[in-house]
Design a protein around this ligand. Sequence first.
Ligand SMILES: C[S@@+](CC[C@H](N)C(=O)[O-])C[C@H]1O[C@@H](n2cnc3c(N)ncnc32)[C@H](O)[C@@H]1O
Length: 236
Amino acid sequence: MSNVIKEFSRFAHQYNQHNEIQAQVAKTLVSKLPNKEHFKSILDLGCGSGAVVKNLQEEAYVYDTFTAFDSSKAMLEIHPSSEKITKVCGDFNHRNFLETLPFEEYNLLLSASALQWSTDLDQIFSLLSKVSTTAYFAIFTSGTFRTLHSLAGVSSPIYKTEILKNTIEKYYKDVEFELHSYTLSFDSVREMFRYIKKSGVSAGEKKLGFKETKRLMESYPLDYLEFEVLFVEAKM
Ligand SMILES: C[S@@+](CC[C@H](N)C(=O)[O-])C[C@H]1O[C@@H](n2cnc3c(N)ncnc32)[C@H](O)[C@@H]1O
């Protein structure tokens, strides 16, 4: 199991208290959907504890079936259940993961705050463009924790906006992008670092040693963390 998966599972029970930005991102993603459309089948990739399906319900969207896909069993357990929802535990970095889904095609594909962990952008977007002709993605970019990374002298473990855009444009005919930046303020640097550890956003990063972390905490110039998210509306 990779670092990413471990970190998300470890904090699954506390996850809802530590996901302010992701919660906002999922809400914004759902707000971009065409008004009051009835969706036959929806696939949510990296569904986590269900922010997307909860927003769909709040906005009174109607769907016949919803496939909740995630690599973390702990997340799927706390994801809402209903007779319309099928939960699938799997890894979207596996080239055959589509074969584990209950349907070959979907009317709508959604993915909020998960695809930054794709290990092969060409592979995933080539597969995804075949499974649904309409997709809405929200993907964290390398602008996330920009100041922190530059201070620590490490490069971001996640993709640059340009790389994401260029790859997505290869596989979809009609694409619209919107880049959002967010800041999250903290009372103390200690709390900020605790958040980074628990949010899951930093998962997979090279671990900093105790001394390096202490030095970083002392020299971090901001009382907030930076986040950057690319919103994508893609059609074939
Ligand atoms: C930051 S959470 C976002 C969850 C949810 N979409 C939301 O908006 O709150 C990212 C999710 O992606 C899942 N994930 C990460 N890598 C994955 C992979 N390779 N395959 C499937 N799911 C993955 C994690 O388990 C986690 O639940």
